[in-house]
Design a protein around this ligand. Structure first.
Ligand SMILES: [Mg+2]
Length: 411
């Protein structure tokens, strides 16, 4: 299972014109500013500065900073901070879609940014794109640790305790973003065509499916069965709460896990809304119903209908909850209370979304009894609910002795 996604920046999180650094507006800006830097720093006039830069380019290629250091004793740091301090506005295309994509991915994976570009440029771009908060770490190319040298890879494996096999590297350069990380055991996704990458995508917006398909191909695993419980429609919840339940289902689907819910025959419900959300993102849904017959309320959004032959408000809830690795409750009446109590007695982790009313609000951050076996944990958003659900379910499965032999499957 993929735990960490590492992104390159330039050409990956935004497009470079023509797909290459060479000839891009970014490169043009750097060359312009390098001339200005020589004028200011060494008091060269325009012509002399341009000639000096040409000599450096001929001798050092793209490593202008090395040239400045060797030829003029200028520190590379000083060069980077001046020359690469470029306003990204005319170079980088900004989109709200990217912010929600990176936000969504950060719920499921640890995200790290690794670029050979200088620190100041990375900082300017990710602030401009409004994505800086979503990365667990950002690595730049100012030290001699770089992707192009290959030596950044062992460094980040150690620093972030990465398991390369469970980490995807995403970038637009065949050598430094695909070939070299592959040697270190990383999975790779290339933006653009590639012979060597595990997967190639046309642009960054295809990344979620690509990561998911790598999970499926390489690591067959048992998916988590995440129960979503909540009020039935006769409790008259608001559309806002219903949307929130759909969002929980969506996030479960995106995390590639299974949404398990109590299927009613006569009403809509918040857990049915979660199944609807999950189905919209092609997630697998399991509806557990009472009595006999598969005549449930929402057949369209239910992949597997489990017909318990048991009663509503009784045996059905027992089968439902015990089929879950973790449950998330939203609002909820007496049925949800029953389900939470069964979960508590079976030591199944329970998460409630705060501010949704009903038993979720009443039980948030409390224990069912003095045994204090497991707390009902309150969270504020669907994102928090699903990421915590995944974490708690895995922890519980790993702690169960009889399931330890499955450890490899649920990592
Ligand atoms: Mg790049």
């Amino acid at each position: 299972m993929i735990k960490t996604v590492i992104f390159d920046l330039d050409g990956t999180l935004y497009n470079l014109e023509g797909g290459k650094f060479k000839g891009s507006n970014l490169q043009k800006s750097i060359l312009e500013r390098a001339v200005l830097f020589l004028e200011e720093k060494l008091l060269f006039d325009g012509n002399k500065a341009r000639d000096a830069l040409k000599i450096i380019l001929d001798k050092y290629g793209e490593d202008i900073s090395l040239g400045m250091e060797s030829e003029y004793g200028i520190s590379r740091k000083e060069y980077f901070d001046y020359v690469w301090n470029i306003d990204p506005e005319k170079i980088v295309f900004k989109s709200k879609e990217l912010v929600s994509l990176i936000n969504r991915m950060s719920v499921i994976y640890d995200l790290i940014l690794v670029s050979d570009a200088p620190k100041i440029w990375i900082k300017n771009v990710i602030n401009y794109l409004e994505i800086s908060d979503f990365f667990k770490g950002v690595e730049n190319g100012e030290d001699d640790f770089r992707k192009s040298n290959g030596n950044i890879f062992p460094k980040i494996i150690k620093k972030y305790s990465l398991e390369p096999n469970n980490t995807v590297f995403v970038g637009d350069q065949e050598e430094e973003d695909v070939v070299i990380p592959t040697k270190y055991g990383f999975k790779t996704i290339k933006v653009g065509s590639s012979d060597a990458a595990n997967s190639s995508i046309k642009n960054i917006y295809e990344i979620e499916d690509a990561v998911r398909s790598i999970c499926m191909k390489k690591n067959y695993k048992r998916k988590l069965q995440i129960g979503v419980m909540g009020s039935a429609a006769d409790l008259k919840y608001s559309s806002e709460i219903s949307n929130l339940a759909e969002e929980v289902g969506e996030l479960i689907a995106k995390s590639d896990n299974i949404t398990v819910y109590g299927a009613e025959k006569d009403y809509d419900s918040l857990s049915t809304a979660a199944a609807k959300g999950a189905k919209r993102f092609d997630g697998l849904t399991v509806g557990v119903t009472y009595g006999k017959g598969k005549d449930i309320f929402d057949k369209e959004n239910t992949d597997v209908c489990v017909v318990t032959g048991l009663e509503r408000g009784g045996g059905r809830e027992f089968v439902l909850v015990n089929s879950c690795d973790v449950i998330i409750a939203i609002s909820g009446g007496s049925g949800t209370l029953t389900e939470l109590a069964i979960a508590y007695q079976s030591d199944i982790p329970m998460i409630v979304i705060n501010g949704t009313g009903g038993w979720s609000d009443k039980l948030s951050d409390t224990y069912f009894d003095a045994r204090e076996r497991r707390k009902v944990i309150g969270v504020d958003t669907p994102e928090q609910a699903v990421s915590l659900a995944i974490k708690l379910a895995k922890e519980r499965l790993l702690s169960l002795d009889k399931l330890n032999r499955l450890e490899g499957e649920i990592k």
